[in-house]
Design a protein around this ligand. Structure first.
Ligand code: ATP
Ligand code: MG
Length: 338
């Protein structure tokens, strides 16, 4: 989006006294500066904006997100609501994934049109794919698009060793999402949706999965969205993934995505080599790993007071990133041979 449009958004939000829209425009301006590597300016803007972001929608419904459900025995919170904005401006989706996400947005934007014909927009999504490929980031992106907070379910607290507690925890979490508009994010959903045919199961698994199925079946909201994320879609009980309106794969980046991501990350950095050869060197890495290697390389350049990033900075970081992983692999191969 061009800067003038952002400024117009800011001004309109101010005129209409719409705090949420104002913060959204201001934060996207800050994200833009971060993407351009203007970290100093971004920080100044952030400081000028302050931390007091309005609680989106929570106050609108007045239904008390401040009283989040907890485990009655341990007192542990079952869910936390994340209001802190996540920078989603660097998000890159592979074409197939992007098409599905666009469709989710389009359905939501046209929900009245759909409702007139008796249809609902997709509201239960299953994201799956290897680690570090954008599942959580896209959940935040959708939250931002729909101006909703993200309710992150704490599965460790939710799954209780006490009979029946897990099902009641699930019900309470889904009840909250029904009452307060949010993106309800169940990360590592395989923990509650495992295949009930597991031979090691002693019965509890069946109860947990059945509790989840019931919670999903009784969940209906015109505003909230449930997103389950998993690295292992095939561990999920087939009945679980039938409950989702759409199953969206987040694959490892292909050559084009990699190049686009590298260009975005190195935007504003003076690089001595060619971007496409960096992108080739980083083949086989997830988005998260690519980011980690490049951020470390840029930090090294800064710490050494150099003006340019060099191909050997990247190569050195890639080597130190891969080393512990290849050692771990060798060790596990050795163990398997013994
Ligand atoms: N598609 C992407 N586009 C841009 N950045 C990405 C993408 N995927 C991952 N990243 C970067 O990696 C970080 C971690 O990604 P994210 O948490 O979304 O991965 P995930 O798929 O949820 O992984 P996990 O399965 O381990 O939970 C992001 O915060 C972002 O910086
Ligand atoms: Mg994740």
């Amino acid at each position: 989006m061009v800067e003038v449009e952002r400024l117009l958004m800011l001004f309109r939000a101010f005129r209409e006294r719409d705090d949420t829209a104002f913060y959204k425009a201001a934060e996207s301006l800050i994200a833009e500066e971060l993407t351009a590597n203007h970290h100093g300016l971004a920080q100044e803007l952030q400081e000028a904006l302050g931390q007091s972001r309005p609680r989106r929608n929570a106050s609108k419904s007045g239904n008390g997100l401040s009283t989040l459900p907890r485990d009655r025995r341990s007192g542990e919170q079952l869910i936390s609501v994340q209001e802190r904005p996540v920078d989603t401006s660097t998000l890159i989706l592979t074409p197939g994934t992007e098409q599905q996400i666009r469709r989710v947005i389009q359905e939501r934007e046209n929900r009245l049109k759909l409702a007139r014909c008796g249809y609902h927009p997709k509201s239960k999504l299953l994201f799956w794919g290897p680690p570090g490929c954008g599942k959580t980031l896209t959940a935040h992106y959708l939250a931002e698009e729909f101006n909703l907070p993200v309710g992150l379910v704490h599965l460790s607290a939710l799954i209780s060793s006490f009979l029946g507690d897990t099902a009641s925890h699930l019900q309470r979490v889904f009840e909250l999402a029904k009452a307060s508009p949010m993106v309800l994010l169940l990360d590592e959903i395989d923990a509650v949706g495992k295949n009930r045919d597991d031979p090691n199961d002693v019965g509890e698994l069946k109860r947990v999965v059945n509790g989840f199925l019931q919670a999903m079946d009784s969940f209906f909201s015109t505003e909230s969205i449930v997103i389950g994320a998993s690295n292992h879609q095939y561990l999920l009980d087939p009945a679980v993934w039938r409950r989702f309106d759409d199953v969206i794969l987040f694959p490892m980046p292909g050559p084009k995505d990699r190049l686009q991501f590298v260009e975005r990350l190195l935007n504003g950095v003076s690089y001595e080599g060619k971007m496409d050869s960096v992108a080739k060197k980083l083949a086989g890495l997830s988005f998260a790993d690519i980011e980690r290697v490049l951020v470390e390389a840029v930090k090294t350049q800064i710490l050494q007071d150099r003006d340019n990033l060099t191909p050997s900075d990247v190569a050195a970081q890639l080597k130190s990133f891969k080393q512990p992983r290849s050692m771990a692999r060798k060790r596990s191969e050795q163990r398997a041979d013994e």
